[in-house]
Design a protein around this ligand. Structure first.
Ligand code: SF4
Length: 509
């Protein structure tokens, strides 16, 4: 059986066949290059929309001495065929088995994808634990928000972690690997890891020993090698950082069918539950000129019909009004959609949306997170009830009828009246603005590492289920509810230590 015969038998074979628009064509001197495969431990449709991976793919492929390819988590049907016919999992671009790369870099965005990492390694015939991998290459690396916040639960599986932002460090890693490959002395994996550990932001988990108290809490984390006892999270200068102007355009429908332009990184607020707000500090902005130039170059290179200005809270971008005005002027007559996916819930955000004349109107999304002002102030989410009513009132008067609202429950210090406040707030909105269609996304609070709420207890399963039931039945509109069980697992893997590696291994098995 060859691969071409398997592909027609699986769902969405486009996930596995490469050749999308703007893919970097393999250079002729491939065998001489340092080869990197970026892996996203979720399906193609999710991974292909990931901005971080797209940036790294672009940066590595600017180099003449390295070549980057991609792999995504295969769906169950394709995995079964790979196992049945003994095909090792391969990269999309050159169909090279993953164990033939120098670097296999995973982007970890979500804790519940950890078992997918093991699946990818296993399908590629790569031993799962770093201690079982005697060959120097591939070095199995991970980066991304989960790693920056707390890499420990997956410590057993990776040779090294990248803590922080990847735009500069990826080149430093490749430079180190290239000089290792060309040197004639010290050819062993530990030597290479020692060299890599000298790079700021690199964490080699096997170089640290964890000691535990009798009550299972951690006594001390001790370096075993001459490595730093502190790992500094890498940050880049956003204005100078490389950004893809020819991003890959998938042929298959993906979660975001649009040109993503990151206008800011970090967030000027500091909500106590928010991991992204914590780990992407300090708040930085790209200049308006740079953003416009990126759009100017990327639109004709992709053919996208939607531009999304992305960031954690885009209404806080200093020149947002000017930026939108210029975009309306330049692209308002081109049948394009302009989206601002993360707006603060205030009147200013609606005023911004009003500027989008000429662009089709979309659903407005806001995240008050808690129902009462008191609880919102505990979260440090500075939105008053008045802000919410004024914002939605302005939106309503200007023709918006579809509003999405995000709320959490099971929050620290939450009382029954806070939960009821979500329902009464929603009912009041419905009463004030008849005909408005509300969609609610509700999720249990998940305490995350590196946030001010990291030590807070998560509420128990039964209580959370009760609260979910109450909200699902009481809110006046469509309710999309996250799974309580998954949120509890998420909390465990967001804050646990390296003893969880065994749990992940068992779960995968
Ligand atoms: S405003 Fe949004 S992104 Fe910023 S800290 Fe708060 S929750 Fe996080």
């Amino acid at each position: 059986m060859n691969l071409e015969k398997i592909l027609p038998l699986v769902v969405h074979p486009l996930r596995y066949i490469n050749h999308e628009w703007n893919v970097k064509i393999p250079p002729e001197n491939l065998e001489k290059l340092t080869r990197v495969c970026f892996s996203f431990p979720d399906l193609y449709e999710v991974g292909a929309s990931n901005l971080g991976l797209s940036i790294l793919y672009h940066i590595v492929n600017l180099r003449a001495d390295a070549y980057a390819e991609r792999v995504y988590a295969p769906e169950k049907d394709f995995s079964e065929y790979l196992l049945k016919y003994k095909f090792p999992l391969f990269s999309l671009e050159t169909r090279t088995p993953l164990n033939k790369f120098h670097l296999l870099g995973f982007s970890l965005q979500y804790e519940l994808c950890y078992t997918n990492v093991l699946n990818i390694l296993d399908l590629a015939g790569i031993p799962l634990k770093s201690t079982e991998r005697e060959e120097v290459f591939p070095l199995v690396i991970a980066g991304g928000p989960c790693v920056t916040a707390n890499p420990e639960p997956v410590a057993d599986f990776f040779d090294l972690f990248v803590i922080g932002e990847g735009e500069e460090i990826i080149n430093e890693i490749i430079d180190t690997v290239i000089s290792y490959r060309s040197s004639v002395i010290g050819k062993n994996k530990k030597e290479l890891l020692r060299k890599l550990a000298e790079i700021e932001g690199i964490y080699v988990p096997s170089f640290y020993e964890i000691k535990y108290n009798s009550n299972q809490t951690i006594t001390v984390i001790q370096p075993k090698e001459k490595t730093s006892d502190k790992i500094i999270s890498r940050k880049v200068n956003l204005e100078n950082a490389e950004y893809p102007t020819r991003p890959i355009v998938p042929y298959l429908e993906t979660v975001h069918e649009r040109l993503n332009i990151e206008i800011m990184r970090g967030c000027p607020w500091g909500c106590r539950f928010c991991q992204a707000g914590s780990i992407y500090r300090p708040y930085r902005e790209r200049s308006k000129e740079k953003i416009l130039s990126l759009i100017e170059q990327s639109l004709p290179a992709t053919g996208y019909e939607e531009i999304a200005l992305t960031g954690l809270s885009v209404s806080d971008y200093r020149e947002i009004e000017d930026l939108i005005k210029v975009l309306v002027q330049r692209y308002g007559d081109r049948h394009l959609k302009l989206s601002l996916p993360s707006l603060r819930c205030d009147r200013f955000s609606v005023d911004l949306m009003k500027l989008l004349e000429g662009f089709p109107q979309t659903t407005l999304t806001f995240a008050p997170e808690a129902g009462s002002e008191n609880l919102r102030s505990i979260l440090k989410k500075k939105i008053s009830d008045e802000d919410i009513f004024t914002t939605l009132g302005t939106a309503y008067t200007n023709g918006w009828r579809k509003i999405k609202l995000y709320f959490m429950y099971g929050l620290p210090q939450e009382k029954d009246e806070d939960l009821k406040a979500i329902v009464s707030l929603a009912k009041k909105i419905k009463k004030l603005y008849p005909g408005i269609s509300l969609t609610f996304t509700i999720s249990p609070f998940v305490p995350k590492a590196q946030t001010p709420f990291q030590w807070c207890k998560q509420e128990g399963m039964e209580n959370l289920k009760e609260k979910k039931k109450y909200l699902s039945h009481s809110l006046p509109g469509e309710v999309r509810a996250h799974s309580v069980k998954m949120s509890i697992l998420e909390s465990i893997f967001a804050r646990g230590d390296r003893r969880l590696s065994e749990v992940i291994l068992l779960a995968w098995k």
